[in-house]
Design a binder for this molecule. Sequence first.
Ligand code: PNS
Length: 160
Amino acid sequence: MSKTAVYPGSFDPITNGHIDLVYRALKIFDKVTIAVLVNTKKEPLFSLKERMEIIQDVFKGEDRIKVDYFEGLLIDYLKKHNYNIVIRGLRAVSDFELEFQMALTNRKLYPDFETFFMVPAINYTFLNSSVIKEIYRFGGRAPDLVPPAVEKYLKNKFDR
Ligand code: PNS
């Protein structure tokens, strides 16, 4: 039976750190479903449609990677689709507290729930989507931190 891991997140936008994690997960799992959260806590820069389009573009032709979305509780999405494994990245100790809380809360609500923590490549440990947005908002460029599709969308968003 093939094993699928779900990678949930805001992906506003996806970065090379996320992408690195997906490819690492594919060495362990047969398939990865990237599940984009519809309503992030903060107003996202990119709409759900844009966030999904970018990810689809990044993983074009990769038949082991699926892009999906969810609204509300992650566990409800997982149960509905018969998933129980989630991957999350741990970049630094500072990520741990929130991730640990989420993992245990989700398991409390869904006893079969498993979190698979993964560490990205060291050159992405400082990276998150907010840093990327900040750079491009003020006219900076970081082409080695985001895929070309993300660069294109960021430039469209901020270049007047
Ligand atoms: O990319 P992010 O913003 O770090 O991802 C966080 C995410 C989407 C995984 C998390 O906020 C989430 O699962 N939100 C959905 C609501 C939910 O199920 N919360 C879990 C209870 S702690």
